[in-house]
Design a protein around this ligand. Structure first.
Ligand code: GAP
Length: 425
């Protein structure tokens, strides 16, 4: 984890928020490369969950909503974490997190740790609106989800959607986490990417849909290169489930700090639409009913963190991030072999300008080639393209593969097709 944290800062993936003022716990900023990584993750998710399907549409709801939403959804009452307090150092820890509890007990070495009774703390973040008293107390959304439910009837009446169908959304959520930590893993401000999929209220069908989405989401992570052996499903026991869930399964990753939730797949039944008193009229049968909801809810920040952790590789010569080309910040880096040879620089810049129209690429002419490879490996650039003296004669360049460090000669006119073919794999 220390290596990832240090690389994330050194190479501009993740910075502490307001660092020059000492930071603020649970908040993070993404640097230039982290921003690209996150944008790529979100774009791939949207492609897979919205553009790639006929039965899903997207929305973008507001972060602050009428506070009545949160009363109806049960969040004001039940969106809580049970916390216990260590009687030695008064640190509060989630009562349901056995790993953190035992880690904390070990940190006190020989002393026997006693804990207070578990107390519930609400996670909603309050904000006050208006300029005159009394101000309106509202909330930063604790999950992006409610924005979808309160727009359910708007979407049905304004689009040609018919059950079964889904509404997708990506956006920021906020939780007053008492114990933020492990870099961005548990933050107070984070992004979610969610699908709410509406089905008929039928046990067997909804169970099938739940299983289908569980597998679809697992395949999405492995398809983007996450090591299969580091992923597993974890079914929630009765006392783990959120207040809205009939049943739930997490996709977990074997992180350096233990098996940890990547994404939650929830069967929310009719909890939300029922609470908001929203129903659906079947256009074929005229039957009126409250649909059930199967939800896939992933964290963008957790995905970015686990992609970084999973792709981090070291060998005797170098550190590299074996990121899938689809999510790597740069798809290629273009170099002139020597920076002081105008012919080489001009040709390399031309290639760069051309590839820039189709991909996010970078140009580098500092230091020697070895150093440039090292710098690109560390940020996960899958291909380094070098223009040498031979290139001036034959219009071919050397393309070096990040993971194998092997090199191939490729025609300049074939580069775009070459990168595209790798992105499709
Ligand atoms: N709408 C359902 C929902 O919000 P959740 O399991 O509470 O379900 C879904 O959250 C995902 O959001 C998690 O799997 C995780 O990836 C991300 N997430 C939740 N809390 C987070 C936090 N404090 N920091 C970063 N990501 C978080």
């Amino acid at each position: 984890m220390e290596k990832i944290t240090s690389l994330a800062k050194r190479r501009g993936f993740i910075f502490q928020s307001s660092e020059i003022y000492g930071g603020i716990q649970g908040f993070w900023d993404y640097g230039p490369l982290g921003t690209e990584l996150k944008r790529n993750i979100k774009a791939e998710w949207w492609k897979s969950m919205v553009y790639g399907r006929e039965d899903v549409v997207g929305i973008d709801a507001s972060i602050i909503m009428n506070p009545e939403v949160w009363k109806a959804s049960g969040h004001l009452e039940a969106f809580t974490d049970p916390l216990v307090e260590c009687k030695i150092c008064h640190q509060r820890i989630r009562a349901d997190n056995e790993e953190e509890i035992s880690g904390h007990e070990k940190s006190h070495k020989d002393k026997k740790v006693e804990w207070t009774e578990a107390k519930s703390f609400n996670l909603m973040t309050e904000v006050f609106l208006g300029v005159t008293e009394p101000k309106l107390k509202a909330y930063l959304r604790g999950e992006i989800t409610q924005g979808v439910f309160v727009n359910f009837s708007n979407v049905v009446s304004s689009n040609r959607v018919k059950i079964p169908f889904g509404i997708a959304q990506i956006g920021k959520a906020f939780r007053n986490e008492i114990t933020p930590g492990n870099l961005t893993f548990r933050s107070r401000e984070f992004e979610q990417m969610e699908l709410e999929y509406f089905v008929k209220p039928e046990d067997a069908e909804s169970k099938k849909t739940f299983e289908y989405f569980k597998n679809l989401r697992m395949d999405w992570y492995t398809g983007l290169g996450i090591n299969k052996d580091k992923l597993r499903f974890h079914d929630h026991a009765d006392d783990e489930r959120a207040h809205y869930a009939k049943y739930a399964t997490d996709i977990q990753y074997d992180a350096p700090f233990g098996w940890s939730e990547f994404e939650g797949i929830h069967h929310r039944g009719d909890w939300d639409l029922g609470r908001h008193k929203l129903t659906y009229k079947d256009p074929d049968t005229n039957e009126n009913f409250t649909p059930w909801v199967i939800e896939t809810s992933g964290g963008v920040d957790r995905a970015a963190l686990f992609f970084l952790i999973d792709s981090y590789k070291e060998d005797e010569k170098r550190i590299y991030l074996a990121l899938h080309p689809k999510i790597a910040p740069y798809k290629a880096a273009i170099f002139p072999l020597l920076a002081n040879k105008p012919d080489l620089v001009e040709k390399a810049r031309k290639i760069y300008e051309n590839l820039k129209k189709s991909f996010v690429v970078t140009f580098d002419d500092r230091g020697n080639i070895g150093k440039r490879y090292f710098a690109q490996d560390e940020i996960g650039t899958p291909y380094c393209i070098t223009v040498d003296f031979q290139s001036l004669e034959d219009n071919m360049v050397t393309v070096r593969d990040r993971d194998t460090a092997t090199q191939a000669r490729i025609g300049i006119d074939k580069l775009e097709g070459y990168i595209n073919s790798k992105l499709e794999q």
